[in-house]
Design a protein around this ligand. Sequence first.
Ligand code: FCB
Length: 435
Amino acid sequence: MTEKYESPFSSFLWGTATSAHQIEGNNRFNDWWEWEQSGRLKHASGVACDHYRLFRQDIELISKLGHNAYRFSVEWSRIEPEENIWNEVALAYYGDILRELKSRHIEPIVTLHHFTNPVWFMRKGGWLLPDAPALFARFVKKVVSVLGKDVRLWITINEPMIYLYFSYLLGDWPPGNHSFKDSIIVFKNLVRAHVHAYQVIHQIYESALQTQVWVSIAQHMTHMMPCRPNSIRDRLVVTLRRWFVNFLFLEAVQNGMLFFPGLFCEALPRKKSLDFIGINYYSRQFVRSKGWIGADMLGDMCSQDHHGKDICECNSLGWEIYPEGLYQVLKSLRKLKLPVLIAENGICTTDDEQRTRFIRDHVAAVHRAIRESVQVWGYLYWSLVDNFEWDKGFAPRFGIVEVDYQTQTRKVKSSAQELERSCRKLCHGNENHAG
Ligand code: FCB
């Protein structure tokens, strides 16, 4: 069944996504830079894709590739390198990016927090600080006051649950915490930070800008399946894990309640702090039960060998390629009754034919979900260019544009044509969709 719905945009939004630290280069004042310099990793971001210098050329490329949307992040540590000291040059740089996009009719989707934090903020205590949400909101206020006139879509926090997991629970990312207790504090503060930022953004648009704005997070979503489909225990664990990984954050901000059974229940200052749902989808997991106490209730992820023939193709990081999972995840979001933006979906591979198939099949999955009345505003492929993939360095290749890191030259891969072909097909096959 096809259902008509109004989208505020003149067309289905499509293009790519990036983040500041992964492409700009020389983000010297953030915790990732410090982490890289400390020798904990085998590599450092350095000049990355030198996008800080080459942004005009990169945006021209985006335009040549036909994209009508682009998601990027502003770097908090560049804008506020010391507490409450604002770098006007950095703000002007992001203003230039927005002007370049506007002149080419490319819709910007701007992320305010994408894994990195200013060093001064982390020295004070980072996301464990009771006033972390207020410090983040002060930054948001500054950025939105200056850049807001050219932005209609904001993502406050990228993948809060992933950030929390790697930085505060597992300790693989800065600040390298490994504490369940701290993770709960950080979870609450990230939720509060989003709600606070949501309020600040809406206040600015209502009072000063008097235009419409849409605010969300980018929620990492995984499709999960029971290891043993006939096991009630595995099926129960999938339900719990799906709620925890995919929905805990979304439901907290929508219901206005910090809630975890047996652990906490606390009202937030407001409900409904999402205007749409941004999702990042990459893969699926098979899950099996482990136990019924504490974190064991979320089960274990099965190794792929264990599932052998059931596993489809994998990307070069070993993540399974499963387009059906994107369709399932989109359908699971219908209960929240909000439009969805696919803020990231991508593949790490050096085989560009594999990327081409990946894009074709995932955009087809989006189209199928739209035909079944899921409201999808757009699709952003991760990523525009090969870039700095956090603790994995420069080896993983996610881009539709190849980067020669020696010369910083860009070379468009043929999968870029598939992105255009598939998305244009989706736009045309779905004309009801455009508002
Ligand atoms: C996502 C991150 C993004 C990139 C891709 C591969 O989880 O948001 O920065 O690392 O994975």
